[in-house]
Ligand binder design. Structure first.
Ligand SMILES: [Zn+2]
Length: 246
């Protein structure tokens, strides 16, 4: 299991990440994947940022037959290793796409069994609206959950731009582009940003053409978002490992 502490002080780890399983057609885990970030938000609380996919296949019609990931186990084991006895106060999704949000109800239900508290699943309001996957298929984050055959989940109130993440020093920043409700986490004291899609598109012409043609919802706000989030002296942590080298 690939786990990393990305921020630590004398009180111990403050931000830890674990690589969740997410496979692409030509490369597979752990060369690909989705990072789940665990951020300490209080004396005995942490927030989760991204819960990963539930199923192994990329293709919707194959997914239920492709087998399940054990992404929830990876997150629970990482909590036990780095934050034993802590409770999860919320499960944030960077955006509504399945590779970041689909496993959230499974994680929520397991945490409820283990710790006895219901950690709400939270997204930006724009990603709680009706959506068009690949720009034409009507969808909604709760359709994703229904399709994954969960029988219960709890969505919390939508996240706000500039909302504080407990006393972690991180704020939630609305970074529309890839989806209209995409969010990033920024810590202006430590000069750290946990963010994603825009740097993939800057670094790969293929990704840029593919995503802007069939995925990205809010291309008119790209430049404004990049301006909002890009600071030359900040350290960036991304949502997928393929772009970590940039
Ligand atoms: Zn996405």
């Amino acid at each position: 299991m690939k786990q990393e502490t990305i921020l630590q002080n004398k009180e111990g780890p403050q931000v830890v990440r674990v690589l969740l399983e997410f496979n692409l057609p030509l490369i597979s885990y752990p060369d690909t994947g989705v990072w789940c970030y665990i951020i300490k938000t209080g004396d005995n609380t942490v927030s989760i940022f991204d819960a990963g996919p539930k199923f192994k296949s990329l293709l919707p019609f194959r997914r239920k037959y492709s087998g399940e990931t054990n992404n929830t186990d990876k997150i629970i084991n990482t909590l036990d290793d780095f934050f034993p006895g802590y409770k999860v106060d919320q499960i944030l999704c960077s955006h509504y796409h399945y590779d970041h949000a689909e496993n959230a109800p499974d994680l929520q239900n397991r945490l409820l069994e283990l710790h006895g508290n219901l950690a709400p699943i939270r997204l930006h309001a724009n990603d709680l609206e009706n959506k068009k996957a690949f720009k034409f298929m009507k969808t909604h984050v709760e359709d994703l959950f229904k399709h994954a055959e969960y029988d219960k989940w709890h969505l919390g109130n939508s996240v706000e731009d500039n909302e504080n993440l407990g006393n972690s020093g991180f704020v939630i920043v609305h970074t529309p582009g890839h989806t209209s409700g995409a969010i990033s986490l920024v810590n202006n004291i430590e000069k750290i940003a946990i963010t994603g899609w825009w740097i993939e598109e800057q670094s790969s012409p293929f990704v840029k053409v593919f995503q802007s043609t069939v995925v990205d919802e809010d291309t008119k706000n790209f430049a404004a978002t990049i301006k909002k989030i890009k600071r030359d002296d900040y350290k960036y942590y991304f949502l997928h490992p393929q772009v970590d080298k940039y």
